[in-house]
Design a protein around this ligand. Structure first.
Ligand SMILES: C[S@@+](CC[C@H](N)C(=O)[O-])C[C@H]1O[C@@H](n2cnc3c(N)ncnc32)[C@H](O)[C@@H]1O
Length: 224
């Protein structure tokens, strides 16, 4: 999964999403505290963390960025990307970080630990959560399932004890994959990999072109 995620993300199809995340975070942290201290919680193989660090370098030099993930394989891959980021293998349930030391945290498609994130953020610190919207990867899911559920996860009920909602944005765009290898890599970096039947996987392996929609909900919160 880490390898598939790395190979797929490196093709740049999700760069508009990463740019949107960075812009929203920096605009919301303006004026940025100095030094700015941020955590990417559940950073995976570090695609978004790395791009954020480059944006910080240009806009808020001297910032500290930490990438944390429970998967040693993911962090090993992430650490190769960018030595200017502090990479940690740990659970987001108990991040080995000082209390109330961070200005902001991201949780992108990763498990949300409300109390732990609240403990490491400063009061008033920002939390940016990315979740998939109802139409995310719809054409891929239509190729796999006879019936597609268009549910979306709302993180607010789980966070409201510790965080107040600030802003919500929906990011939607399309991209086209031109060969079956890329289509199978995309499948392998999602949980659909484990649910797709052999028949559905074979259909995708025979598919030479697929246009796919990204539908992501960005929710910004402030620590109480
Ligand atoms: C879908 S991936 C998203 C990775 C990355 N944020 C991205 O968007 O590319 C979810 C990540 O959450 C991590 N994860 C799952 N449970 C975790 C936990 N308890 N603590 C830290 N990371 C966790 C997984 O190892 C995985 O890398």
């Amino acid at each position: 999964m880490v390898r598939a995620r790395h190979s797929f993300l490196e093709q740049g199809h999700y760069a508009p999403l990463s740019d949107h995340i960075n812009r929203l975070l920096l605009e919301s942290l303006n004026p940025a505290p100095k030094p700015l201290r941020l955590l990417d919680c559940g950073c995976g193989e570090g695609y978004y963390t790395d791009r954020l660090q480059h944006t910080l370098n240009d806009n808020a030099p001297g910032s500290d960025l930490i990438g944390l993930d429970i998967s040693k394989a993911a962090v090993r891959q992430a650490a190769k990307r960018n030595p200017a980021i502090t990479w940690i293998v740990a659970s987001s349930k108990s991040p080995p970080l000082a209390e109330h030391g961070l200005d902001g945290a991201l949780c992108l498609f990763a498990p949300l630990e409300s109390a732990a994130l609240h403990r490491v953020l400063k009061p008033g610190g920002l939390l940016l959560v990315a979740t998939t919207g109802p139409d995310h990867l719809l054409t891929l899911r239509e190729a796999i399932y006879p019936e597609v559920r268009r549910n979306a996860f709302n993180p607010t009920p789980q966070l409201e004890r510790h965080f107040s909602p600030v802003e919500q944005e929906q990011v939607q765009f399309d991209f086209t994959l031109e060969h079956s290898e890329a289509i199978l890599q995309l499948l392998a970096m999602t949980p659909h990999q484990w649910r797709a039947s052999a028949h559905a996987r074979q259909n995708l392996a025979n598919c030479q072109q697929l246009t796919i929609g990204v539908d992501v909900q960005l929710n910004l919160y402030q620590a109480r």
